[in-house]
Each structure stands twice: as structure tokens, then as C-alpha cells.
Design a protein around this ligand. Structure first.
Ligand code: HXC
Length: 536
């Protein structure tokens, strides 16, 4: 053994001082403090958000979800971007709060963008967080709800932001028809963010604060010279009345998020489940005299079809989609004897209920949604036809009308048709007629199913006779009467099996409830194919 000298010992590095091990309590406290800071957000940012009349992302999730049910995922996530001073600003969450929670006790996955962080813009980490919860929503078969408040692609992260959007869109499309997809727009929803709204099954917007557009007013002015406000470019009037992007428009965030909860309460969690069943309430014996009072026998007189729907559904309660877009057709969710149904109805109060370019687009999307999620369809018919004219033809009424035709032809859910009054021509076929596969067709004694109305028909088939007649008015009246008695009488279609029953109007709720009960186990296998080619 060689003994070490003192000098040799001094040459060795000193033994490091033993680090002080923090206590568990200290670690927990530090962790708790950080969590609290993240949850509270920067005070001035929260104040700014409130000053804009908007709630923070977390406040919105509190309103949306059952109390105390939110489980957050990825709270500590930060962006990893370099340059453009991004290293100096690396906030936790990266501008989006993500996770799961419950609505009326049923699980949903959610994200809510935080405008206080980079204007809610979407960078790589932000996108990865949304993609993670979307993947979980798909794999667990849960509805997905995105609350948007965002300036779009995060400019500082360049192509990685665009890549992030692509990954979200890809997942939206994979999830379409598998889980309900809901977008809620509560602030700007610019650029790529707008496509999350367009790809969702239902998009909600709030008046004044929500703006949805591909490019903001500054870019619009730079490119086209047009000067517009945010509202004129992408407010609720644009999307709730003209473009057909926003299915629901609300005055404030609270009523908006409350209606999201109401909508979710009527939808199945995924395409393998049935819609939530309410308690039966005796609809199969519920005679309603009001039906006969609401609808005038004179088929040229208008009435509000909403009143008919209110008589049909349980407690008079229904949730109408696209209330102001294509109001000549109504699409609404309601319940009949506890069963959730999708109601499609002509609205004689608007354009006499005629089908124009937007109407079949609205109804077709609704029918396809109901079909994808096992929601039976009830179609209330009072339709004078398709709107004729060059404007309609140029705008593609044939292509758009074909969408509704396609949607009904393809639908395998239980389908009940009720013909109240007029059902003319192509519009009769398209509104879930027997020929395109309705399961049960009911008609009121006021039904008039024909190629066209009596006056028009007589003018075409007796043109020569009318031109040669001494008193054309008298002859026309006689021919109209003859036509109506022969071809448009209440039992004409029933005698040919195109209508299954002519019912007393007061029995409508009873008959529909019984038909739905009768069809509740309907199964209809589809032919094997990759997918059809729906006219888009
Ligand atoms: C990075 C952004 C941002 C963005 C806003 N911010 N948008 N940061 N990328 N896209 C930041 C601002 O710099 C600002 O930061 C903070 O968010 C708040 O923004 P303000 O402009 O002060 O707020 P406001 O006046 O309310 O206007 C909001 C806005 C406006 C209308 C959203 O910011 C805007 O026009 N942004 C750009 C919108 C846009 O054109 N996006 C398209 C991106 S392209 P500070 O630090 O000052 O608080 C895109 C393509 C994808 O998305 C296509 C996929 C198909």
C-alpha cells in the first residue's frame, strides 16, 4: 500500500457539498403555486379579455362542462420555437386549454383557445395539444367540442403552424360521422381556424364578438382594395344568414354554451350508440286538436310550421338549426315520446315553403348528420315545388337539389313522412317520398300530391282547348275541378300505396309516435363500396 501525501490529497477535486433535498411539502407547494399561476393567467390579459366582453378560456369551459368535471391535459406544454423573439415568451398551455369533462354526466373532449396568449394563434405545440384530445375523443367515442378565439396560424412558427392545421383537419375528417364535432366561435376565428368551423357538424357563433373569415380586413384591403369591418366580413349576419357556416347564433356566451349543452344532450356519443332516450310520455295516445287549427285548408294561405312542430314534439321543445339561413325549410331536433328525432319541414311562412338553392343544402346536411348518428327522421311536407328561374338555374338548383335527394336516398334510419297539404313535382319526390325510401308515409285529408298545382296543370294540358274556348275562364274552372277530383284528391296516393294512411290531423303526434315505435328496430344493410359520390 502506498500512502497518500497531504499534497496528493489536495490535488483531488473537493467532494461536492451534498445538495439540500427539498421536502415533499416544499415540492408540492411549488407545484401548486405554478398551477395556480397558470390557471389564473396574467391579470392584465384576463382584464383585456373581459374588457372585450369575452370570457377567458377557462371560464368558458366552466360554463360548458358540468361543475368540477374538467380534467386538463398538457397544461405545462410550451412552444419550442426559435427566433423572432419567441424564446423570450414561452407561456404554459401555449394558448389553448385542452382536456375532458362531462355534459349532463356524459363525457366530452374539449379545447378552448386563449386569446391572451399570442392572440390564440396556432403553432406547433398548440396544434399538437388539439390533435391529442381529438385522438382521444375518437378512440373513446366521445363528442368533441372546440371553443375558438384565434388569430389563425401563428405567423412566427411559419409552416409548422400550417402543418398543425392540416393534422387537425385530417382528424376532423376521420372523426366525421363517428363522433359529433362541434365548433364554438367566441372571438376571431381567422385563417386556418375557420376550417375547423366549416368541418364541424355544427358551428355556434356569438353576435358582435365572433368573426369568422379566411383573411382579416387588413389583408382584404391590401389584396382587393375593399374596406370592410370585421362584422361585415365574417360576423353572425354573414354566416348565420348567408354563407350557411353558423348553425346557431346567440346573443351572449352564456346562452351559447348552454345551447351547446342542450344539443349534446340530444346526440349519441358516437355512431355505435343510440341517441339518449328520454322517458316515454304517452305520445301514442296524445290527440292534439291544435294541429287542425294551425293549418288553413286553403293551401294558398300561409302558417307557421314551427307551431306544427311544437305540437308534434314532447313538451313543445325543439332545437332549430340554421334558423336564419334558408328559413323556407326548417331543420330541428326534438323528441317524440322520448325518442330523439330530426325534423325536416317546409315553412309556408317563407317563400311559401318553396325549395330554392340554399334550402336543399341545409336539409341535406341535416339529413346526413341524422343518418350518421342513428337519429330517425320525420319530414313534414307542404311544398309548392322548386323555385324556377334563371337565377336559380345559374346558381345550381339542380346540383343543390340533388344533395337532398342523395341524402334521403342514402339514409337508413327510420323515416316517417307526413304530407300536410301541397306536395308537388320534384319537391314531392325530394321531401322523403315513398319512391326514395320513406318507411311510413302519412297524409292529412288536405294533401294534394301531384306533378303540379291544378291551375298550372290545366294550362299545360288543355292549352289548345282553352285558346279556342268562347269562355276560357269558365272552361278553366271546369277543368281545374275535374283535375282536382281525378288526380289530386286526398286518397289518390293512398289508393296506389304511395301513402300508407290518410290520418285525421289531430292524430298526427299519435301516428308519428306509433310509426317511430314500429320502426325502432329498423336495419338496412348497405352495398359494399368505398364511398358514394355525393353531388357537392
Ligand atoms: C401570431 C398573432 C396572430 C397570428 C394575432 N396575434 N394574430 N400572433 N400569429 N396569426 C397576436 C397579435 O400580434 C397580438 O399580440 C395579439 O395576438 C392580439 O392581437 P391584436 O391584433 O392586438 O388583437 P385585435 O385587434 O383584437 O385583432 C385580432 C385579429 C388580428 C383580428 C385576430 O390580430 C388579426 O387580424 N390577426 C391576423 C389574422 C389572420 O389574417 N390570420 C390568418 C393567418 S393565416 P400582442 O403581443 O401585441 O398582444 C392562416 C392560414 C391557414 O391561418 C390556412 C389553413 C387552411
Amino acid at each position: 500500500l502506498v500512502s497518500q501525501t497531504d499534497a496528493e490529497i489536495d490535488l483531488k477535486p473537493p467532494t461536492p457539498a451534498k445538495p439540500r433535498v427539498p421536502t415533499m411539502d416544499a415540492l408540492r407547494e411549488r407545484h401548486e403555486r405554478l398551477r395556480d399561476q397558470i390557471v389564473a393567467g396574467r391579470r392584465n390579459a384576463v382584464e383585456r379579455q373581459h374588457g372585450l366582453g369575452k370570457r377567458t378560456a377557462r371560464e368558458r369551459l366552466e360554463l360548458l362542462l358540468d361543475e368540477g368535471s374538467f380534467v386538463e391535459i398538457d397544461m405545462y406544454r410550451k412552444h419550442q420555437a426559435h427566433g423572432l423573439r419567441m424564446e423570450e415568451n414561452k407561456p404554459h398551455t401555449d394558448g389553448v386549454v385542452t382536456g375532458a369533462g362531462t355534459i349532463h354526466g356524459r363525457r366530452v373532449f374539449v379545447y378552448a383557445q386563449d386569446f391572451a396568449i399570442f392572440g390564440g394563434s396556432l403553432g406547433e405545440a398548440h396544434a399538437a395539444k388539439i390533435q391529442k384530445v381529438l385522438d382521444l375523443a375518437i378512440s373513446t367515442g366521445s363528442p368533441f367540442i372546440g371553443v375558438n378565439d384565434s388569430g389563425g396560424a401563428r405567423i412566427q412558427e411559419g409552416v409548422m403552424s400550417l402543418n398543425g392545421y392540416g393534422g387537425i383537419f385530417q382528424r376532423f375528417v376521420q372523426a366525421s360521422g363517428v363522433i359529433p364535432l362541434i365548433s364554438v366561435v367566441l372571438g376571431p376565428c381567422a385563417g386556418g381556424a375557420a376550417y375547423s368551423a366549416a368541418l364541424a357538424d355544427f358551428t355556434f357563433m356569438v353576435r358582435d364578438t365572433a368573426h369568422l373569415y379566411l383573411t382579416g380586413p387588413d389583408v382584404v384591403e391590401a389584396v382587393t382594395g375593399e374596406r370592410v369591418t370585421h362584422g361585415q366580413l365574417g360576423g353572425t349576419e354573414v354566416h348565420g344568414e348567408h354563407s350557411g357556416v353558423a348553425a346557431f347564433v346567440h346573443d351572449d356566451e352564456e346562452s351559447c354554451l348552454d345551447d351547446v349543452r342542450y344539443l349534446v344532450s340530444m346526440l349519441p356519443a358516437n355512431n355505435m350508440e343510440s341517441p339518449p332516450q328520454g322517458a316515454p310520455c304517452g305520445a301514442t295516445a296524445d290527440v292534439r286538436p291544435r294541429f287542425a287549427e294551425i293549418v288553413p285548408v286553403d293551401n294558398s294561405k300561409p302558417y307557421d310550421m314551427r307551431e306544427v312542430i311544437a305540437e308534434l314534439v314532447d313538451d313543445g321543445e325543439f332545437l332549430e338549426t340554421y334558423e336564419r339561413w334558408a328559413p323556407n325549410v326548417i331543420c330541428a331536433f326534438g323528441r317524440v315520446d322520448g325518442h330523439v328525432v330530426g325534423v325536416v319541414a317546409n315553412q309556408p311562412l317563407v317563400l311559401a315553403g318553396v325549395l330554392d338553392v340554399p334550402a336543399p343544402q341545409k336539409a341535406a346536411r341535416f339529413v346526413r348528420f341524422c343518418d350518421a348518428f342513428s337519429i330517425p327522421l320525420v319530414t313534414l311536407v307542404d311544398v309548392p315545388g322548386f323555385l324556377p328561374g334563371t337565377d336559380q338555374e345559374r346558381s345550381g338548383i339542380i346540383r343543390h337539389g340533388a344533395k337532398l335527394l342523395y341524402a334521403y336516398c342514402e339514409a337508413t334510419v327510420p323515416r316517417v313522412q307526413v304530407i300536410l297539404r301541397k306536395a308537388y313535382g320534384g319537391a314531392y319526390i325530394v321531401m322523403d317520398s315513398r319512391s326514395i325510401g320513406t318507411d311510413v308515409s302519412l297524409a292529412w285529408p288536405t294533401n294534394e300530391i301531384a306533378v303540379m298545382g291544378a291551375e298550372g296543370a290545366v294550362n299545360v294540358i288543355y292549352r289548345k282547348e282553352l285558346a279556342a274556348a268562347g269562355d276560357p275562364a269558365e272552361l278553366r274552372a271546369k277543368l281545374v275541378k275535374e283535375y282536382s277530383e281525378k288526380l289530386a284528391h286526398p286518397h289518390y296516393a293512398a289508393e296506389r300505396g304511395l301513402v300508407d294512411d290518410v290520418i285525421d290531423p289531430v292524430q298526427t303526434r299519435v301516428a308519428v309516435a306509433r310509426a317511430l315505435e314500429m320502426l325502432s328496430d329498423k336495419r338496412k344493410p348497405q352495398p359494399q363500396r368505398k364511398h358514394g359520390n355525393v353531388p357537392l
